[in-house]
Design a protein around this ligand. Structure first.
Ligand code: DC
Length: 223
């Protein structure tokens, strides 16, 4: 089955670009970060000590994560409760990066992600898709941009949601801290796969990056 593995650091524009490209290519957009976020969100509200791997592993057994695709929008559920929008906060993002280092967490989501790629043609967005989840994907793209630019984009998004609550400096620093954690963890760290094409979006609009991705996909499909 044709698949695109799309990896890269926080704020590189993966989800925006992947959504645009998926619609044009008639593919399924899969946001794996949302799956990790859903687990972290549930643990935060249940006051699980996320610094402790054994506590996190125990909490995981109680979580029933569900994904529903609705006109190519990925909706996240905990049991019957929809949490799609609630997982999009900086606090949940931080906690997600903390629990994403644990083996039990990654194992829980690995099979789920591979099964989706068996069922649909996917553009799968994450950190370890090209290296670990779909190592045989016919197209792997590593989407990146410099940290200041990524921080600026994140800041503008936050300003729209919660005006005046964050500063640009603090947002750039948070992006750098997250990179550090995601790249240096032991299991499935953020890393460019050896055969991935790098797409640097520092000086590109989302539309330009989506155009480039669509072109790569068309070439890879034709191979
Ligand atoms: O892409 P995002 O901001 O929603 O991701 C949130 C966190 O989840 C990020 O800090 C790293 C982690 N993550 C991961 O470890 N592996 C993935 N495939 C996707 C996300």
């Amino acid at each position: 089955m044709f698949a695109i593995a799309l990896d890269g650091p926080a704020g590189a524009g993966k989800s925006t670009v992947a959504k645009m490209a998926a619609t044009r290519l008639g593919m399924h957009y899969v946001d794996t970060g949302a799956m990790y976020r859903t687990l972290a969100y549930d643990m935060l509200r249940r006051h699980v000590d996320i610094g402790r791997e054994d506590e996190v592993a125990r909490a995981l057994e109680q979580i029933r994560i569900r994904i529903v695709y609705d006109e190519n929008v990925q909706r996240m559920f905990l049991g019957e409760e929809e949490v799609t929008d609630r997982i999009r906060t900086p606090q949940v993002g931080e906690a997600t990066s903390t629990i994403a280092v644990y083996r039990a967490v990654r194992d829980k989501l690995l099979a789920l992600q591979r099964d989706l790629a068996k069922e649909y043609e996917v553009i799968m967005d994450g950190r370890d898709i090209g290296t670990t989840i779909l190592p045989d994907a016919p197209l792997k793209v590593y989407l990146t941009a410099d940290a200041k630019q990524r921080g600026r984009r994140r800041f503008l998004e936050l300003e729209e949601k919660e005006p005046g609550k964050h500063t640009l400096e603090e947002t750039i620093q948070a992006i750098k801290d997250r990179d550090e954690r995601d790249m240096n963890r032991e299991i499935a760290p953020l890393r460019k796969a050896a055969d991935a094409i790098v797409l640097d979006t520092t000086h590109m609009t989302a539309q330009q990056a989506a155009d480039a991705l669509v072109q790569m996909a068309q070439e890879a499909r034709g191979r």
